[in-house]
Design a protein around this ligand. Structure first.
Ligand code: SF4
Length: 281
């Protein structure tokens, strides 16, 4: 259960030595970094699946090519109030093998030595379950206006309702509930009373209170990059940009209703995200 008095820095220091699942054990053996979220609380929170090779090297979320695509879109939309994190904080990967079951190697350009090829893979449900308390607490402390789930795995993990494939579900907001701080008193179903006698003592049954957030699923930027050359109607990049604009609109609507802040002019085009990006068509 999250502690409402904790800070994000405290939460990070509680988890940065974590070995609750195998991903943390591997991280320590390989000298990789624990990747915690970064950004400003209270705005839009982007949640991806897990760190990749570059993120693990630098200890920051979304800083590789797909990170450029995300950060470019956010910057071009003029959003300064955002936070980025992942479902799991340690890299999920394994040794790559060829069709004959032999380990694959590549030559290190600097040293000339053959090094094993390591490929990223989706974190298993076991690893996700181990890291969820950290994520829930991070969401609770960031307290975002909107959560954008990047990719099908993140969306399925975060959605309170059952979800289909990301292609069908993206662009539609849905609820995401996380455990809250307080326990609320529960009415007993039959007599509708708060307190009941248990072993001679009066007790007040309670239930965990939940905090509900709005979640918008969209494609993972890495998938959008893989399909970057696709310019057919409804292509992944077009849909991704549409979702990013929708996220900004939801945020603007909230700021207008809650604080009377008038929305900024926000435009986002193909050219915008391709600028400063390593992606090529
Ligand atoms: S992925 Fe999460 S639960 Fe697993 S070791 Fe890393 S921080 Fe701990």
């Amino acid at each position: 259960v999250p502690d409402h008095q904790k800070t994000l820095e405290q939460l990070k220091s509680e988890w940065e030595d974590c070995e609750k699942c195998e991903l943390g054990v591997r991280r320590k053996q390989e000298g990789g970094a624990f990747v915690f979220g970064e950004g400003q609380p209270g705005g839009i929170m982007f949640i991806g699946e897990g760190p990749g090779r570059v993120e693990e090297e630098f200890g920051r979320p979304f800083i590789g090519d797909s990170g450029d695509l995300l950060r470019n879109a956010v910057m071009k939309l003029g959003l300064s109030h955002y936070y980025i994190t992942n479902i799991v904080s340690c890299r999920s990967c394994s040794q790559a093998y060829d069709s004959e079951g032999q380990p694959r190697f590549r030559k290190n350009k600097r040293t000339g030595l053959n090094v094993p090829i390591i490929k990223d893979e989706p974190p298993s449900p076991l690893f996700i379950a181990a890291c969820l308390p950290r994520l829930y607490e991070e969401v609770y402390l960031v307290d975002p206006v909107l959560i954008v789930a990047l990719g099908g795995e993140a969306a399925k993990t975060l959605s309170t309702e059952r979800m289909g494939g990301i292609t069908a579900e993206r662009g539609n907001t849905r609820p995401m509930d996380i455990p809250g701080v307080f326990h609320t008193a529960k009415l007993t179903p039959k007599k509708r009373v708060w307190r009941r006698k248990q072993k001679g003592e009066y007790v007040t049954p309670t239930e965990e209170n939940r905090v509900s957030y709005l979640m918008l699923p969209t494609f993972h930027p890495a998938y959008v990059l893989r399909r970057f050359a696709d310019r057919s109607p409804g292509n992944p990049l077009e849909m991704y940009l549409k979702d990013m604009k929708l996220a900004a609109e939801i945020y603007d609507r909230y700021m207008l209703e809650a604080f009377g802040t008038h929305p900024a002019e926000r435009n986002l085009s193909y050219e915008d995200v391709m600028e400063d990006s390593n992606a090529t068509v």
